[in-house]
Design a binder for this molecule. Sequence first.
Ligand code: C5P
Length: 321
Amino acid sequence: MRIFRDADGVHVEAPAKVNLYLEVLGKRPDGYHELITIMQATDFCDEVIVAEAASGVSLAVEGAELPTGEGNLVVRAAKAFLDAHAPGRGARMRLVKRIPMGAGLGGGSSDAAATVVAIDRLYGLGISRTKMAAVGGKLGSDVNFFFNGGTALCRGRGEQVAGVYFPYRAAFHYVLLTPGTHVSTAEVYQNVGGIPLIKWMEHPHQPRERFEAHLEQTGEALLGHTQMIMALTMGDVAIVGARLKNRLEPVTLALYPELEPYKEALQAEGLAALMSGSGSSFFGLAPTREKAVEAASRLETRFPGKVRVLSGGGEPDYVWM
Ligand code: C5P
């Protein structure tokens, strides 16, 4: 998250993320799904610019048709953060939108996090990450990841974030395909099975044989994220590629079968491919930035305007929360 201040106000970059790993542990009593996911921020960014205002919150959006009132997460983020930490102050905000929406790239959540960081800087509030996360967790499941950036392991609804420290900072390069289909995250979660860990925990007093059978079933799923962290630490593209996993991918593909060709096209380029978040974007992991650019230029003829090269993971922006 790059930050600078000029005559227009405080500028904060709001990066898109990809999910390299996403496992659903089960449905919780509050209706949300318990997750283990590994997210990585990329160099594909929106930008939020915030200037002082005597009172009230206003927003102008460039690059997309978006609501500029309460319907926009940026406005809700600004109001919630000002109410909690700078009551009586206002913000005049501009959002430069590049990241497609409903694409599984976390654009809206990233914009919300960038807004909070921008307002904190604008007024020199010095609010801790923990307090920012208390606001972010209420705005959306992915918001808190973006206070961290880099690569992080996220649990709970996704709002509990632990930065992953990589002593050897390998950069990863992706070819991103954004089909333009707006996927409803809520609809995808309604149709996900997941591993029934939560159900098990609600009924713990079961015979030992059933517990053993359950462990058999869930053991691999519960280890997957650890293996991915090790693969990312090694920086080995082939191993990371083999470990890519997203429990939501088959659900989204069943709901939106027209997305299948996007994944297949990345695989046909010889790339390990995965859907990000609840979709509709797919990314292919390339061995180098050059290879990603080559594959992207071939794919551009088939999917004009829907192809982009992203990099993530290499920047030293690890922050412990
Ligand atoms: O938190 P966010 O607004 O991003 O989530 C959108 C919807 O996705 C939620 O209303 C919920 O239906 C579903 N969801 C879920 N479990 C999660 C995250 C999201 O069921 N961990």
